[in-house]
Design a protein around this ligand. Structure first.
Ligand code: PLP
Length: 415
């Protein structure tokens, strides 16, 4: 604490700061490959067909869309019902039992970031102030946990020479756990399409990782921001949740936290639609634990932003609960994933890069180019092509009209 004159300048956001710079760039060939927003082959951020139709239904319904009053603190009850069904029955039937037993606590959140914020606040108040994050990770992870009471941000090895460093990862957890007593630690796990590397563990590797986390009594926080954008199949992509809720193998004593977002897989970015669900453990007093967790989550939300916004969750709710729109949504997601794959294939044709040779290695919206900071700067300064500083490139910013320009520029800075 001090006076206003002593406030230091915070650094600009590593990703959104670049878009501000991009907007000022006068080069007609400028290309923004920074933010993880899906654009179509014409460079447009289009509304998913399923979402547009849900919006039309809402527009025409006085009953559904004229209520501008507050939502309840934990969100719209219908949204809760449909999201829980989508997550814990359809995507992950292994979760149905927890749902039937009333062991899943739920809050509608301000998208995935809001879910992580509520999670970290809850954990730091009651359970842990120490979290493992992959190195590298989405830069906002550390920021969110720090902002919400975590004083110990630890990084586990993730990436080495273009592949996953699973041994380093397990060693880090093991060593970190041995060197301390006290409250449990938490760990952030990217459910699929790891941001920024696009490299995900195989099923066998996940099994080893989950076994280790379970053995060390670390609290899992699954961050599922890209469900569907890996294989194009929303259900398939929830494999980490399914593996984690295999009750023959794991009983998460301190619960399992799922932070889920509809930003990317429904294209609802700015509407801020997502959820936090906490699968509480099987105990003789499970119901009481769940009710207590519910009550504290509610108190946190009330103090943080009071209640979530309404419109986006109504749209998502119509998509999830109207069978033909739900089918259309699955097709929309498939189309997005197909386009991302075809952009990657086009780049592989043009560039003889190791990172592009085996495309099955890189999952999701991003290509981790491996370019160093100097090359990324050259791309920006000489060609007005904007990548994130760590060399991450957002694939959907590429299309038929700019792919040649971008590939030529990438080749020229590649060493
Ligand atoms: N987690 C990861 C790994 C992400 O990449 C993102 C978005 O870029 C999010 C969470 C949260 O996004 P949102 O708050 O828009 O749902």
């Amino acid at each position: 604490p001090g006076c206003i004159h002593g406030i230091p300048r915070a650094p600009p956001d590593k990703i959104l700061g670049l878009t501000e710079q991009f907007n000022k760039d006068k080069n007609p060939k400028k290309t923004n490959l920074t933010v993880g927003i899906y654009k179509d082959n014409w460079g447009q951020v289009t509304t998913f067909q399923s979402v547009a139709r849900a919006q039309m239904i809402l527009d025409q319904s006085i009953e559904l869309n004229t209520d501008l009053s507050y939502l309840p603190i934990k969100g719209c009850p219908d949204f809760q019902l449909n999201v829980l069904k989508f997550l814990y029955r359809e995507s992950c039937p292994e979760g149905a039992e927890s749902l039937d037993q009333g062991r899943i606590s739920f809050v509608q959140t301000l998208s995935g970031t809001g879910a992580l914020a509520v999670t970290s606040k809850f954990l730091s108040l009651f359970m842990s102030r120490s979290v493992w994050i992959p190195k590298p990770s989405w830069p906002n992870h550390a920021n969110v946990f720090q902002n919400n009471g975590f004083d110990d941000i630890l990084y586990y090895s993730y990436y080495k020479n273009g592949t996953l460093d699973v041994d380093g990862w397990l060693d880090d957890l093991e060593r970190g756990a041995k060197s301390r007593d006290g409250p449990p630690q938490c760990i952030v796990l990217h459910a699929c399409c790891h941001n920024p590397t696009g490299i995900d563990p195989s099923r066998e590797q996940w099994r080893r990782i989950l076994d280790k986390i379970h053995e060390l009594n670390i609290i899992p926080i699954i961050d599922m921001a890209y469900q569907g954008l890996d294989t194009g199949d929303l259900y398939k992509d929830a494999y980490l949740l399914r593996m984690s809720l295999d009750k023959k193998r794991y009983n998460w004593n301190n619960g399992l936290f799922l932070c889920q977002s509809f930003a990317k897989n429904m294209g609802l970015y700015g509407e801020r639609v997502g959820s936090l669900s906490v699968v509480t453990p099987v105990r003789h007093n499970s119901k009481e634990i769940k009710r207590n967790v519910d009550s504290q989550l509610k108190k946190i939300v009330r103090g943080m932003y009071s209640s979530p916004p309404g419109y986006g969750s109504r749209v998502a709710n119509v998509v999830l609960s109207t069978p033909h729109l739900r089918d259309l949504w699955h097709k929309d997601v498939k189309n997005v994933a197909n386009r991302l794959h075809s952009v990657k294939a086009k780049m592989a044709e043009r560039l003889e890069w190791d990172s592009l040779k085996d495309q099955s290695r890189q999952h999701g919206m991003f290509l981790y180019t491996g370019l160093d900071m100097r090359s990324v700067e050259t791309l920006r300064e000489k060609y007005s092509i904007y990548l994130v500083q760590d060399g991450r490139l957002s694939l959907s910013g590429l299309n038929d009209s700019n792919v040649d320009y971008v590939c030529d520029a990438l080749q020229s800075v590649h060493r």
